[in-house]
Design a protein around this ligand. Structure first.
Ligand SMILES: *Cc1c(COP(=O)(O)O)cnc(C)c1O
Length: 444
């Protein structure tokens, strides 16, 4: 890093990076600003971001409507505790989320990260049964290759891998099953559920797309059958839409495509259009009602310091405005959106953001299919705004990570996946830059 800024060289000896062997880590690239789909580096280079900062930046960086909402909220009320005090951005957002998700959700519990939203979902499920006098239901069902976050409960329901082997001593003992793929494996799955149902509080799944695990997809039919089994055997169904929600799979939420509704729903990542940290755990009236009563220990005991942070909620409300506005003109004119602000999305209106996300499916396929015969590519799959090149075991993803910025692109392949999850606003020109960078990197 020859041209590294002062802050970088001064701070580097004190930084501990995520998921990184610090002895050999590729030094991170200093970013000074970002706009749309482009990151601006300290040395003046621009990179097209093909993964939307861990899939959160669905409308692109520095979206003027969201930035404006953040600025105004920071001036008005930057933070206030959520116990005993109330503020408009959170109350407005809770009501809007219940409508926008359109899954019969009635109550919203806010947190600051997806992992915590998952912890809250697990606590809710456990206590739901305890409150109903079934305290023996303490286990969870999750799936191989799933990913639900890095805190203890979330890690316990995620795939066992080198991401969590060091923490095995702290893990909860749950049931981890394979997502059934056909009638035969489904029958086996249902038999297993029938055998263990009495001990199980809930099943947790990333609907349609297992993201960070291995970017594997399953069908809407399988998903709706899994949902049915949970209902038949009285097991709560937790949909973790932290990665899939807000249009990423091509429909507003992955559960919509399967025509299902969960008992508990986790949201995060793109909830604020990626501009602020915020997550939420939503529950049906039925789940919520189990927590009512005179006994204090029936109440849900959770309360992050920065719960329902007003600036984050304002950003999320602004992001929902963008989803709800019906033309690209009103998206670029923030005054129009502001007048529309309190408007609540109608559940089946087509709009530009979701249309863009849906249209990306064909574009990603067009750009990625050329790599299907490449010797290190074993599979090409696309779902909505998610494109995946599954790589042969042993593919050197670290070499790829080093190479992409040299071709003007920010991609971060890991394990055996080279994936794209760009902002929905990515232009055809920018997509071309990404595809040609992949071609060059794979050629080496
Ligand atoms: C990213 C992710 C999480 C964890 O969210 P954080 O905000 O990183 O804690 C949980 N579940 C899924 C499906 C995710 O993709």
């Amino acid at each position: 890093m020859t041209h590294a800024p002062h802050w970088y060289t001064q701070g580097w000896p004190h930084i501990w990076l995520p998921y990184a062997q610090m002895q050999t880590v590729i030094p991170p690239l200093p970013v000074t600003s970002a706009s749309g789909c482009r990151l601006k580096l300290a040395d003046g280079r621009e990179l097209v971001d093909g993964i939307a900062s861990w899939w959160s930046m669905c409308h692109g960086y520095q979206h003027p409507h969201i930035v404006n909402a953040i600025r105004e909220q920071a001036q008005q009320l930057s933070h206030v505790m959520f116990a005993g005090l109330a503020h408009e951005p959170a109350y407005t957002l809770a009501k809007r989320l219940c409508t926008f998700t359109d899954m019969n959700m009635q109550r919203v519990f806010f947190a600051e990260s997806g992992s915590v939203a998952v912890e809250v979902a697990l606590k809710m499920a456990l206590q739901y049964w305890r409150n109903k006098g079934e305290a023996r239901r303490t286990k969870f069902i999750s799936f191989h290759a799933g990913y639900h976050g890095d805190t203890m409960g979330a890690m316990s329901v995620s795939a066992k891998s080198h991401f969590n082997t060091a923490y095995d001593a702290l893990m909860l003992r749950n049931y981890q099953l394979s997502i059934p793929t056909d009638e035969y494996s489904f029958a086996e799955f249902e038999q297993t559920i029938a055998a263990i149902r009495g001990q199980v509080a809930a099943l947790i799944i990333e609907p349609l797309v297992q993201a960070a695990g291995n970017f594997a997809f399953h069908s809407a039919d399988i998903l709706s059958e899994i949902r049915r089994v949970c209902r038949d055997y009285d097991i709560l169904f937790i949909a973790d839409e932290i990665a899939t929600g807000f249009g990423r799979t091509g429909s507003r939420f992955a559960c919509h495509e399967a025509g299902i509704t969960p008992d508990i729903l986790c949201l995060g990542k793109a909830l604020t259009g990626g501009h602020m940290p915020l997550a939420a755990t939503l529950a049906t009236q039925e789940v919520f009602d189990a927590f009512l009563g005179d006994a204090p220990d029936k109440a849900l005991m959770h309360g992050p310091t920065f719960m329902a942070h007003p600036i984050a909620c304002a950003a999320a409300n602004a992001s929902l405005d963008i989803f709800s506005s019906s033309s690209s003109e009103s998206q670029s004119d923030s005054r129009v959106i502001q007048m529309d602000s309190p408007r609540i999305a109608t559940s089946n209106s087509g709009n530009d953001v979701l249309n863009n996300a849906e249209a990306l499916e064909a574009k990603l396929w067009d750009g990625l299919k050329q790599f299907s015969h490449h010797e290190i590519v074993v599979d090409v799959r696309v779902k909505g705004a998610i494109g995946v090149l599954a790589l042969k075991e042993g593919a050197d993803v670290y070499a790829m990570r080093r190479a992409f910025p040299g071709h003007g692109v920010w991609l971060r392949p890991f394990e055996q996946s080279l994936y794209l999850m760009p902002p929905f606003i990515i232009s055809d020109t920018e997509l071309e830059i990404v595809f040609s960078a992949i071609a060059k990197v794979l050629a080496h």
